[in-house]
Design a protein around this ligand. Sequence first.
Ligand code: NAD
Ligand code: 89V
Length: 339
Amino acid sequence: MACTKIAVIGCGFFAPNHLHAWNELSGAKLIAVCDIDENKVAAAAAHYSVPGAFTDAAEMLAVAKPDLVDIVTTMDSHRMLVELCAANGIPVIVQKPFGPTPSDCAAMVQACRDADVMLMVHENFRHQHPMRQVKAVLDAGTIGQAVWGRVSFRTGYDVKAGQPYLFNEERFIVLDLGIHLLDLARFFFGEVKSLYSRHARIDSRVKGEDMATMMLGHASGATSIVDCTYESRQLPDLFPQTLVTIEGTKGAMDLKSDFRLSISTGGTCRTEDVSSPLRAWTSQPWHVTQDSVYHTQTRALAAFAGGYEPETSGSDNLKSYALIEAAYRSAKSGECVRL
Ligand code: NAD
Ligand code: 89V
């Protein structure tokens, strides 16, 4: 079977995980990398054995002629690069956050719809192995209908060391991390009809909020709490683990620390280890995130080859992004926001 020719734009902090995963995926062939920083792109091409190295995305599309482009830059360049790919009729995957504003995100969806090319957001928390196990138990009806839940990511890990641009984000943890957790809340509990959010800034060095607590009312009638902070003092620190609790009409589920999933139903409780496997290129503590990059890209490739809409399509991610906007509106007004 012919390999899908892949080009990656952005060779910074997180890109190695994308590059490793593309090199591991048998149906993909990395043919080009691009970064405006020539040192970064040269290092990436050499380290990952990529034949094409470019500092200009338009030139890369014209010369390398990829089948699929994977954008791993920060959000301010997402719209320009997605619209460039769409204008060249090339399907595209773009990292989260989708864009800086809802209109930027909607414009990218429209550009790819007009060009009839696939657009997927690389939203990988729902592709984490532990989250797929939680979803499988939920979908099997083991605990009945979900009526309450919590999705929680609390850490003191210094994320800003590897991602210094986070210091300057006026809208910080909800846009950077909340987007993952709100997508998980939709994944587990369905679409959201109301949202109330409270934010705080603990680290005086950052511009935006670094703690958020959100209460979501779902169309299903369920209520969920989505909470996150980069300023937890709890030990042991669980970065980058997401804890999930779900109460159902027939039971309950609890994804606890170190990937222990407890399932209570029929008067009994069992606990399973739902850890992500280590790959040749993954390592603790990032391995759950790194492994999810592989699964995200596997599903992107399948959607591209199969000609169907990916699970985390651009249009789907607009629904998660709308929750980001609602959270900031709620935190500013102090009111619950209706969606
Ligand atoms: P980074 O700033 O370290 O790297 C981005 C790279 O893109 C830089 O090397 C920059 O030179 C390059 N770039 C910028 N504009 C460009 C352009 N027009 N053409 C070519 N190259 C360009 O950023 P990062 O920390 O690697 O994050 C990238 C994205 O990944 C962010 O949106 C971030 O939120 C996301 N991220 C996701 C996860 C996850 O999937 N779980 C984890 C960390 C970061
Ligand atoms: O996954 C991400 O987007 C990273 C995080 C620190 C949240 O893992 O920014």
